[in-house]
Design a protein around this ligand. Structure first.
Ligand code: FAD
Length: 427
């Protein structure tokens, strides 16, 4: 007789969601988390699209420690001397079905883990699951230090670099083309200053993504999110891109923070935290084997993350995949069969959900983002040059379109057209 029905490795969003859903259905569940507390090792930009958790815990944002509800979106293209921003705010973003929230994982993850504990799970931290426990080829639990803990099923929610998934033969070692590295700083500012500088009311938040100089012309981009009384500012860059350059991520982040568009927004702020983490960015083509007898992969361990340049999503997929894995394990418990025959139902559930549908819809996006180098230098410069022509007045006026269009064509109309076509098929 196993100690537990299910052991979940990792108390991030995917693991705690899976644990919560299984415990609510009456299964005995153990969660093992290597951090001092759930969330203490976790990094996100971050904005949580709330729809997936809203379906599991309706009205969660009323009691969860979210920072601000995002009502303002900005996308910017930066060059050395210019910044072109699209700024969009809408009351529509307040609807709970599509609302998104800035979050700090060190606060949010413990809240979700506490909901799982309330539902009846045992959560142990800090404890590292070092290996899978086997009886012959069958996985029968996990080994954590000296402890051997047994279960009918193990859910690996241990993040992008899941060593246990590799040990289970479900996942290859990560390649530099499949992952980006993200780093961020958290800058403390009075709530009123944040409201004033970003044009927000109490409780309202802003999300801003940047292309161009923040990544030093390499594949990647910057982000800025407003929290209650802090601002998160950071960069996400592909590992493959960084390997081709002498540029260092911390130097690029410093230059971004000190750049003309950002510096005044953070002026007088106090740097309170620095964090860095890998991000799975390979999309559909990096998804590993998701199930085998007695084992399932969820969240980042399964590669469920999509960076489309205008949205970055991983947390909502982590939560949704945790829920779908839990439903599958609940079915396996009812049938008394934890073999791959039943657990592979998880893949069908994912295929019928937005998780794998989105990965398929945007299967070309990672390639587009990695190979369309013009996005990171030429296009921001093109936009800056065209807009400088439009707005700069230094004497007699001229016919703007006649002046600007040839510059755009000089930049390569064929390249623009092809990139536009590829973008429309990928994003
Ligand atoms: C810089 C950055 C910006 C991002 N921005 C966004 C954003 O704005 N919006 C968004 O939706 N997504 C964003 N993402 C992606 C998002 O953060 C992830 O997709 C999400 O955190 C995945 O959740 P998870 O629970 O699967 O994994 P994780 O959050 O990585 O949790 C894994 C957990 O497993 C634990 N663990 C690992 N190994 C073991 C072990 N052997 N034993 C015990 N415990 C273990 C870890 O300590 C951790 O708690 C961003 C990511 C980064 C790095």
């Amino acid at each position: 007789m196993a100690d537990y029905d299910a052991i979940v490795v990792g108390a991030g969003l995917s693991g705690s969601t899976a644990a919560y859903c299984m415990a609510k259905a009456g299964l005995s569940v153990l969660v093992i988390e290597r951090g001092e507390a759930s969330g203490s090792k976790n990094v996100t930009g971050g904005r949580l699209y709330g729809h997936s958790l809203e379906k599991i815990i309706p009205g969660f944002a009323d009691s969860a420690p979210v920072e601000r509800k995002v009502v303002k979106e900005r996308i910017s293209m930066m060059t050395e001397d210019s910044c072109f921003t699209v700024d969009f705010s809408s009351e529509r973003f307040k609807d709970p079905s599509c609302a998104s929230y800035t979050v700090m994982r060190a606060n949010f993850d413990p809240w979700l883990a506490a909901r799982a504990e309330e539902a009846g799970c045992d959560v142990v931290c800090p404890a590292v699951a070092d290996d899978l426990l086997r009886d012959g080829d069958k996985v029968i639990g996990v080994r954590a230090g000296e402890d051997e803990l047994t279960s009918e099923v193990v859910i690996l929610a241990d993040g992008v670099n899941s060593l246990l998934a590799q040990k289970a033969g479900m996942k290859e070692e990560l390649s530099p083309h499949q992952v980006a590295v993200g780093c961020k700083e958290i800058v403390e500012l009075p709530k009123g200053a944040i409201n004033e500088r970003f044009g927000l009311n109490d409780g309202e938040g802003m999300a801003q993504l940047f292309a161009g100089t923040p990544s030093g012309g390499l594949v990647g981009g910057g982000f800025l999110y407003t929290n209650k009384d802090t601002v998160s500012v950071g960069l996400v860059m592909t590992v493959a891109g960084l390997k081709t350059s002498a540029a260092r991520l911390p130097d690029l982040l410093e230059a971004f923070r000190e750049s003309a568009p950002i510096k005044p927004l953070l002026s007088g702020g106090k740097l309170v935290e620095y964090a860095a983490h890998l991000v799975p960015e390979g999309g559909l083509y990096m998804i590993p084997t998701l199930t085998r007898d007695n084992v399932l992969l969820v969240g980042d361990a399964a590669g469920f993350c999509l960076n489309l340049a205008y949205t970055v999503r991983g947390m909502d997929y982590a939560i949704a995949s945790g829920q779908l894995a839990a439903e599958t394990v609940i079915e396996a418990k009812e049938k008394g069969d934890f073999s791959n025959t039943v657990l592979s139902g998880y893949v069908s559930r994912l295929e019928n959900s937005y998780v794998l549908k989105d990965m398929k819809t945007h299967k070309r996006a990672p390639g587009l983002i990695e190979h369309t180098k013009r996005l990171y230098k030429e296009y921001p410069e093109l936009a800056a040059n065209a807009l400088a022509d439009v707005f700069r007045v230094s004497g007699p006026s001229r016919l703007i379109i006649r002046k600007t269009l040839p510059k755009i064509f000089k930049a390569g109309p064929f390249g623009l057209l092809m990139d536009g076509l590829k973008g429309s098929r990928a994003l």
